[in-house]
Design a protein around this ligand. Sequence first.
Ligand code: ZN
Length: 411
Amino acid sequence: MTDKLITIDLSESPYSNDMIHNRWHPDIPMVAKVKPGDDFVVECYDWTGGQIKNDDKAEDVRDVDLSQVHFLSGPIGVEGAEPGDLLVVDILDIGAFGDCEWGFNGFFSRNNGGGFLTDHFPEAQKSIWDFNGMFTSSRHIPGVEFAGLIHPGLIGCLPSKEMLSEWNKREAELFNTDPNRVPALATLPYADTAHMGRMSEDAAKVAAAEAARTVPPREHGGNCDIKDLSRGSKVYFPVYVDGAGLSVGDLHFSQGDGEITFCGAIEMAGWIHMRVNLVKGGMAKYGIKNPIFKPSPITPKYDDYLIFEGISVDEKGKQHYLDVHIAYRQACLNAIEYLKKFGYTGAQAYAILGTAPVQGHISGVVDIPNACATLWLPTDIFDFDLQPNASGPTKAITGSVDVPLAPDLGG
Ligand code: ZN
């Protein structure tokens, strides 16, 4: 039988579980030891550690304490792993708990987190998604159901001391260019809500002040939010400390490319089954700085799309130079406007783009001055015809259901 290395109790705070941590630091003690070739199961909190509830209000999203995220399970030590190696992780399977078959998607308030389209959706909103086996649907978003491309949003190995100081240096430099910006330019170390796993209280006090937050993806992988890193993929992670220190969390039932809603994909608590192996000296052998991976042999088959283009001209008509961030935003806004013609509210359309297996492509980055990004909306996830035609769109979505909204309190 496969070992379950980390168990959690959803009725208890993740702070009371010493196999959980919410910061990156080389000295966080390993909570389990495995050998190359071993497979094992790890249980994970949802990324907020249970702050978001299965209800029809969005106050929990508005008031979420973002300094607590992400709650990760680990680190797991791998025998024989040394800096410079590659840790090979087979993601064998992922699932939700039988008594917790639901997930959430939301948009943060502009004053507490923000998001990709925060200027257009400045208030906190939330949709709840029920899992029906491999499919999901939401009582807040009618007319749509799809198969989950289930994956960990966050997975990676512990950084070395040198790497951690490099992260802190470069992120502080960026933050300090506009320290009062809302939302902030970067999330800097913050000791008050740090959970340093099994570190002793004295050591944790010192380490928490410099431990990296888990928000950005970095050289070690981390919070990459790649929907295609799904069950069945094989990932090659750079190793920076003895034992590697593999940690994982932020499980997603499904997500659109870009995780544009930020809170987040379809976020869930659950379990992940993995197998580890090593490629000794693999970083130098293959010239690897960031993780590489092979996708799963099994993916939901959605091969018909309606594709929306966007260029690097912003909402005010201002020209930007090859800016793919702006181009992708325009592609997303174009898709939202289109979906509204079928009866969706803007918030429902935004939630679909954040949760469904939507593809985002950087289509052109050389044709000055416009970058071109495309958003690929799978048509088969809708229970009505989405194609444009001569008679115009039929209002398929009617009724009073909407994504709950939380009044903003300012900030
Ligand atoms: Zn997430």
